[in-house]
Design a protein around this ligand. Structure first.
Ligand code: ATP
Length: 356
């Protein structure tokens, strides 16, 4: 027998979704813990929305199981799943006031905590910082405010899981950043398990407890934002999450006791640290990456002679584009750089991604 309350909030096991000519989701298994802010991120068409729709019951899987709080809900329709959903478009009813839109979320359920509908609507409008907007026409609100009404409506019945599908895609950059902080605060305040979909990797890192990077219908890596950024598990993740310099090389020598590999990259040999030196043998092809902020000018044990091809002043930093033997490298530095520049990195600045 399952003990209510001890199971993960969401468990997806071996789930796939095939359409006539496409496999949108291919054999995904993942667990979301109670109270976690969990984000699915990946490029357009990788299967994020389909995965979320499978969690919500808006699609039925070709294979696999979905469990919420330990209960198999694979065949259960969305209205019986105890979930709140917010889609890309605001989907508010224009003929209803803001307050009526939020109350609509309670048409099939009593408000949690024994409060009246009226009190619940006030609670939620306050939670999403829209006190005083109750009688307003939703079409007279900004995009960010409308999306907060949609969040309040989804949260009104006190769902176990909140599903958010690119809720900020229609907003401009500044509004997105503000709403992202508000969503984070609301989620923390309520502790509601949240599954969030975005194609924006920066948003995913900023908002989540854990991130799942999707590619071609599958999961490439699941981890904390720091794990995903500092220890990408695959080349795809290293290139998709943040700026990166990705190198292909061949192991020349592995010094197991010290954990340092000598790797040939073109005519240059570089030293790289690894925690798993025994896995490498001379002749192995490897991929490693060095973040732009970890490349330095005229410093570091490993040196590469490059040519500056472009400079972007971004305010908080300056990003330089460099050419190294036909490969573009990125470097962040406040120095003015021009012409030939030697850049370097230490063995522990590099992260090994793949062995073949
Ligand atoms: P985006 O960020 O562009 O919304 P996504 O990562 O959310 O993309 P999905 O919408 O899940 O991706 O789509 C994954 C794949 O499945 C795509 O190739 C898409 O064309 C296909 N697909 C999605 N829904 C259907 C459908 N109803 N019928 C056929 N193919 C579909």
């Amino acid at each position: 027998m399952t003990t209510v309350g001890s199971e993960p909030a969401v468990e997806v096991e071996g789930i796939s979704k095939r359409y006539a000519t496409t496999t949108a989701v291919a054999d995904i298994s993942v667990t979301v813990e109670r109270g976690e802010f969990f984000t699915l991120v990946g490029p357009s068409g990788c299967g994020k929305t389909t995965t979320l729709r499978l969690l919500g019951g808006f699609e039925s899987p070709s294979e696999g199981t979905v469990r919420l709080d330990g209960e198999d809900v694979t065949g259960v329709p969305p209205e019986d799943r105890d979930i709140g959903v917010v889609f890309q478009s605001y989907a508010l009813f224009p003929h209803m006031t803001v307050g009526e839109n939020v109350a609509y979320g309670l048409q099939f359920t009593d408000p949690p905590g024994g409060v009246s509908v009226d009190e619940r609507v006030s609670e939620l409008l306050s939670l999403v910082d829209l006190d005083g907007m109750r009688e307003r026409d939703p079409t007279a609100l900004s995009g960010g405010q409308q999306q907060r009404v949609a969040i309040a409506r989804a949260l009104a019945p006190g769902p176990k899981v909140l599903l958010l599908d690119e809720p900020m895609s229609a907003l401009d950059a500044r509004l997105r950043e503000r709403l992202r902080l508000q969503i984070q605060r609301i989620q923390e305040e309520l502790g509601v398990t949240t599954v969030y979909v975005t194609h924006d990797q920066e948003e995913a890192l900023a908002i989540s407890d854990r991130v799942a990077v999707m590619h071609d219908g599958g999961l490439e890596q699941v981890g904390t934002p720091r794990d995903i950024y500092h220890r990408p598990a695959t080349r795809f993740v290293s290139e998709f999450i943040g700026d990166n310099n990705v190198f292909s090389g061949t192991v020349q020598e592995s010094d197991s006791p010290s954990g340092t590999l000598q790797v040939d990259v073109g005519p240059t040999t570089v030293a790289l640290d690894t925690t798993r030196p025994d896995e490498f043998s001379p002749g192995d092809d490897v991929v490693f990456c060095v973040r732009p902020e970890q490349l330095s000018v005229e410093e570091g044990m490993n040196r590469l002679l490059t040519t500056v091809t472009g400079t972007e002043f971004l305010g908080w930093t300056t990003r330089h584009h460099l050419d190294w033997r036909g490969q573009e490298l990125l470097l962040r530095s406040e120095h003015e750089l021009d012409g030939e520049v030697t850049v370097g990195f230490d063995p522990d600045d590099a992260h090994l991604v793949e062995v073949f």
